[in-house]
Ligand binder design. Sequence first.
Ligand SMILES: C=C(O[C@@H]1C=C(C(=O)O)C=C[C@H]1O)C(=O)O
Length: 363
Amino acid sequence: MKDIQPLESWSVVKNGGPIAIAGPCSAESEEQLMETCRQITEEIDITMLRAGIWKPRTRPGSFEGIGEEGLKWFANVKKELNMPITTEVANAQHVELALKYGADVLWIGARSTVNPFTIQEIADALKGVDVPVMIKNPINPDLALWKGAIERIYGAGIRQIAGIHRGFSSFEKTKYRNVPMWKLAIALKTELPNLPLICDPSHIGGTRDLIYPVSQKAIDLDFDGLMIETHRDPDNAWSDASQQVTPKRLAEILNEVKIRKSTTDAEEVNNKLDDLRSKIDRLDTELLDVMSQRMSVVNEIGDYKRENNLTVFQAGRWIDIFQNRPEQAEKLGIGKSFMEQLFKLIHDESIRVQTKVVNTEKA
Ligand SMILES: C=C(O[C@@H]1C=C(C(=O)O)C=C[C@H]1O)C(=O)O
């Protein structure tokens, strides 16, 4: 999927990244939608307006979206404010209607991404259509499922695709509504480096006070844009009231977020970075060398255990190491839990290697 296009190729993206997308969680009334969008465009220059027309809700009985009527309002907003619009689609009929009313970009929600049948239905409806599609991560932290959805939309011929990171459901209570697990977004970017990534701090945070820190974190991780739910009267929103911000607050957040570039043309900066990275290269070589020496000793201990009929796993010794190394690390200013994880990995590898050694007769 190397020919997935950068955001700059989307006709709706005028000034390059990072882009901002904002608008209400749901279209509620023509007046609410128009007023919210008008206030947003008066407060700040954004790339695109968003509004939910069909809302997949966790439990029945909640407001499930206004439906086709809302698309007529949204089309008026587009015309009146001269702004591109985007909405969520969850089946073939949604695709058809959203395009009929002039949606410039479509997005697929987290609850749809989990279901390959749904994604395939949407992909089939998109065959031969030229519209950018943004695909939210599935609600569960499954990278293959996210990638699979991207592949299906790509298979329909769409090349303007972006991922939207909206965090992952978790059984445990956390300060987030959906835990970010940034490493999944990093893994996706590692596998598909040319895929634009947009962050949805509203669904990750779930509360207004988390929108700014989550947005900054996303920009620090080189995300290409932010999608922030914005409502003229968030407290009285029909859905997701606690995470929507006012247009005024949206502008504050976007102005406060410090934009960082992924690269620079400044020769001096690049030279300094090159120097420091050479140091890292040398240190990594030393690290690998030390690791290889440690593994040799592990092998030797394995031989000795075989000869003396001793178990591979030695709980006492391992518990000592597991307590001691992170404490040593902490004194050196290295994170304790990082070292715990690292030593667990090292120990797993020792067990794997020694299991092989003790079960192989010496020639
Ligand atoms: C190397 C040994 O075998 C295993 C691996 C360990 C390690 O990698 O440090 C520690 C304890 C054992 O579970 C050992 O017994 O010392």
